[in-house]
Design a protein around this ligand. Structure first.
Ligand SMILES: [Mg+2]
Length: 393
């Protein structure tokens, strides 16, 4: 029988700020979004005043006049994240990163290998993170990814929730919960489910499949399996740097045409970002790699001030990196774009911003291409690449 623990850091950004600056501990602290003035993370002390994410910082200040607002510092959070995963790696080789502040650990082997019970091991992990890093995590320990993930987020902060591996008790845990706890149910699907009268997971478990398909589309079977407590997904180990979205392409003919190479990089960015959005993630860092005709390689990296799932925000970085790394007067054979430092739950922070309009546009473009083919709608760089191809002898 498998034994999986999911951990999720509590109020991660705010906690890291409190860990890094002793004077912030025990105080109402929020981490504010860069330009839009939205609360990105609120300490538990701040939450007592009714402050939550996302909320305008101005409103949070009215709710709590003594509120301390600090700017986001992603470099710092990514450092803490690496430290948390470092501690996780000491416990088991089977660790799956879900984002900067959450992941799965497969503890199935701990009884045999460490001669310790999984709950002891999980407890020790939680204590280590707290003692060494001064941030708290919550954990769910269960037979499946589904149950462990829900359990870690349901009871917070600084808690370990154990769902005993017993079909009856698992269902008793799962079925009364609101449907939004099922993976893949975003606010839109949640509203749809509500309007169809489906409020509890137990109800979803009993729906006929064709009926459910009509409601939510192709994900219906998976959704109903989850609702029926069926989940065989294994914990998949990947090195932290493997959690990225990479696309590369080799040119038909090696080239020195800057505009053409830049256009290709943008097209690769589009493809990678479409996957980022499909996964409901955001990324902060972009890496560009070029390979010269003599196989020599150069690469460069830049990070955005905050995570995004919109390709338009990444284009300027891609161009800058290309300019910086292409320092030989040699033709280029292959280019690669990699998007990394993956976050989740960050797109909601710019509900009111320009980026939401850019996202709407990107999604609309994607839908049109999906329906009518890739050539139905082209960005300037797609058009340029198409022209270049049709000019080839
Ligand atoms: Mg968290």
């Amino acid at each position: 029988m498998r034994c999986i623990v999911h951990f999720d850091a509590d109020a991660f950004f705010a906690s890291v700020e409190q860990a890094a600056d002793r004077s912030l501990r025990g105080k109402p602290v929020v981490v504010g979004g860069l330009h839009r003035g939205i609360v990105a993370s609120a300490s538990y002390e701040a939450r007592k005043f009714g402050i939550y994410t996302p909320m305008p910082v101005s409103r949070a200040r009215r709710l709590c006049p003594k509120l301390i607002v600090v700017p986001v510092r992603f470099d710092l959070y990514e450092q803490f994240s690496a430290n948390i995963f470092g501690l996780a790696d000491e416990i088991t080789p089977v660790v799956e990163k879900q984002g900067v502040d959450e992941g799965y650990l497969d503890l199935t082997g701990t009884r045999a290998c460490l001669k310790r019970e999984p709950d002891e091991v999980a407890e020790k992990f939680r204590r280590d993170v707290k003692d060494w890093l001064k941030v708290t995590i919550s954990q769910g320990l269960a037979r499946t990814k589904l149950l462990s993930q829900i359990a870690s987020k349901l009871n917070k902060p600084d808690l370990l929730t154990i769902i005993p591996p017993d079909e009856e008790r698992e269902r008793a845990f799962l079925h009364p919960l609101p449907v939004k706890w099922l993976p893949g149910i975003g606010p839109t699907t949640d509203r749809l489910m509500q309007s169809a009268g489906l409020t509890r997971i137990g109800q979803v478990a009993q729906m006929p499949l064709d009926w459910l398909t009509e409601l939510v589309g192709s994900g219906a079977a998976q959704l109903r399996d989850f609702a029926r407590n069926i989940d065989d997904r294994p914990v998949v180990t990947a090195r932290p740097e493997a959690l990225s979205y990479g696309h590369q392409e080799t040119f038909g003919e090696d080239t020195t045409d800057f505009a053409l190479i830049d256009a290709k990089l943008r097209q690769l960015t589009d493809e990678a970002m479409s996957r980022v959005r499909a996964d409901g993630k955001q990324i902060r860092t972009v890496t560009v790699k070029i390979r010269y005709t003599d196989m020599d390689e150069h690469q460069g990296q830049m990070s955005l001030p905050e995570p995004t799932d919109v390709e338009m925000q990444v284009y300027p970085l891609v161009t800058q990196i290309l300019r910086r790394i292409w320092d030989r007067r040699v033709r280029i054979r292959m280019v690669q774009v990699k998007l990394s430092n993956v976050y989740s739950g960050f797109s909601q922070l710019d509900l009111f911003g320009v980026r939401q309009r850019q996202r709407d546009l990107a999604i609309a473009c994607e839908n049109i291409r999906h329906r009518f083919g890739n050539k139905a709608l082209m960005r300037a760089h797609d058009w340029m690449l198409k022209k270049a191809v049709s000019c080839e002898p």
